[in-house]
Design a protein around this ligand. Structure first.
Ligand code: NAD
Length: 286
């Protein structure tokens, strides 16, 4: 089945990046969020990131202009989804919300449409069960920022068909990404490891093992990670990471119990780069 139109649901940190790579991949993109303000911010961010690509010689101006014209923003879910061949959902990490969105998409979309979720941790099988087409549901887990990161983790739920898997892999290739096939398990391959490292780093901070700067430096220079765990959680969003940890704690057990210090940061509204302050304060740094 040929994919020409992709609807991206949610234009936050991930959705806007997915719209960016989908448009550069040649797809018509419908980008849906709940307000014009969020959509305008997302479009401005996409343009800024594409312009950076032009400055670095990764993209020419003509391709950028064409790609930007392929992105159509809307607050109307029906308008976004009714002609889509593939939908990629990137709303917050909340199982109830994702199931509601999938139920609506199942009603609105043509019968051939593949429904993908960008969840970082949740059950593809559970989200698929909200629809009448579990064979056409799949996980397409992009990484932050989607226009830079090379991988899409393709996650198969219990009923995901081989054809659906191949479509997701082909779309990934068309977006210039590598893919891996993962059978569903909480947190898949990547989030399970990443959440554990990030949570342990918070316990170390709470115990006074070191400053965030020194712990990040130790992990980067000593273990050759490109980012420290606190730089990473600030980029991911402390709210998103906490939801992931709560789910992994419920499904995989005690080793994923969210660190109380992390919970305290979320309660204080220190959600990371997206709000200007997380573990680090970006209002002073930038
Ligand atoms: N942040 C990361 O590093 C990362 C990486 C991979 C996957 N993910 C996953 O991607 C998803 C989104 O994460 P994010 O970081 O982009 O979050 P975010 O908070 O930046 O964006 C979520 C967006 O969804 C919108 N939204 C809420 N309800 C909606 C609805 N019903 N319809 C359309 N839009 C709606 C919000 O207004 C917001 O703009 C989550 O499932 C998360 O786990 C996140």
């Amino acid at each position: 089945m040929a994919i020409t139109t992709i609807a991206v649901i949610g234009a936050g940190q991930m959705g806007r990046g997915i719209a960016h790579v989908a448009a550069l991949g040649g797809y018509q993109v419908k980008l849906r969020d709940i307000s014009d303000e969020i959509l305008n911010k997302a479009l401005a961010e996409i343009k800024k990131n594409m312009q950076k690509g032009v400055e670095r010689g990764k993209l020419n101006t003509e391709d950028m202009e064409k790609a930007l014209k392929r992105i159509y923003p809307t607050v109307d879910l029906e308008e976004a989804a009714r002609e889509a061949d593939l939908v990629i959902e990137a709303v917050p990490e909340d199982i109830k919300l994702k199931c509601e969105v999938f139920q609506s998409l199942d009603r609105i979309c043509p019968s051939h449409t593949v429904l993908a979720t960008n969840t970082s941790s949740l059950s593809i099988t559970e989200i698929s069960a909200a629809t009448q087409r579990p064979d056409k549901c799949i996980g397409m887990h992009f990484f932050i920022p989607p226009h830079i990161m090379k991988l899409i983790e393709i996650i198969r739920g219990l009923e995901t068909s081989e054809e659906t898997t191949r479509i997701a892999e082909e779309v990934g290739r068309q977006m210039g990404k590598e893919t891996v096939r993962i059978n569903e398990a909480p947190g898949f391959a990547t989030t399970r490891i990443n959440a554990l490292i990030g949570n342990e780093a918070f316990y170390m901070l709470m115990e006074g093992v070191g400053t965030p700067e020194d712990i990040d430096k130790a992990i980067k220079l000593g273990l050759n990670h490109p980012m420290g765990p606190f730089e990473m959680v600030d980029l991911v969003g402390l709210d998103t990471r906490l939801k992931i940890l709560e789910y992994l704690h419920a499904t995989l057990g005690e080793k994923f119990r969210p660190c109380p210090l992390h919970i305290k940061y979320v309660k204080a509204g220190r959600l990371g780069r997206k709000v200007g302050k997380g573990v680090y304060d970006y209002t002073c740094k930038e």
